[in-house]
Ligand binder design. Structure first.
Ligand code: ATP
Ligand code: MG
Length: 140
């Protein structure tokens, strides 16, 4: 099924010059970047984005991290884009991520794990709207 997903190159990924590497791996799977921009989230904006994790022990820390520096946010589109991009990312904790995945290759630890990707069509819709308005997304 043709899908859209929200990708973020997190502050560690931007700082470590991994924007190009992430896009290269996405495009190699024939998934298209249909919208993209650099952002610097406030703490409040990071809390809104990760609202599903409110109350969890890592919530304060991950929202500090996500607002600590610039991120690149992208809308990706393609056949099964949500699951294919999650496969490219690898498991949350790099120690559990398969070889050849972005997190296995480049993550620092369970928090500084380079990339975000939506995990369902519902979260993709919420997350894309959180960062992009309709004028910013190419129609085809
Ligand atoms: P993401 O939502 O960023 O794509 P994910 O779906 O693999 O990652 P989630 O469980 O949604 O993982 O956690 C969101 C983010 O919070 C993780 O990517 C990571 O940066 C951070 N995180 C998750 N679990 C922990 C933890 N135990 N300790 C520290 N940070 C964590
Ligand atoms: Mg998640």
């Amino acid at each position: 099924m043709r899908e859209c997903t929200l990708s973020i190159v997190k502050p560690d990924g931007v700082a470590n010059n991994l924007i190009g590497e992430v896009i290269r791996r996405v495009e190699a799977k024939n998934i298209k970047v249909i919208a993209a921009k650099m952002i610097l989230m406030t703490k409040e904006q990071a809390k809104g984005f990760y609202a599903v994790h409110e109350g969890k022990p890592f919530f304060e820390s991950v929202t500090d991290f996500m607002s600590s520096g610039p991120c690149m946010v992208m809308v990706l589109e393609g056949e099964d884009a949500i699951s294919i991009y999650r496969e490219l990312m690898g498991a949350t904790n790099k120690d559990n991520a398969k070889e050849g995945t972005i997190r296995r290759d480049f993550a620092t630890d369970i928090e500084k794990n380079v990339v975000h990707g939506s995990d369902s069509t519902e979260t993709a819709e919420f997350e894309i709207r959180y960062f992009f308005n309709s004028l910013e997304i190419q129609k085809r």
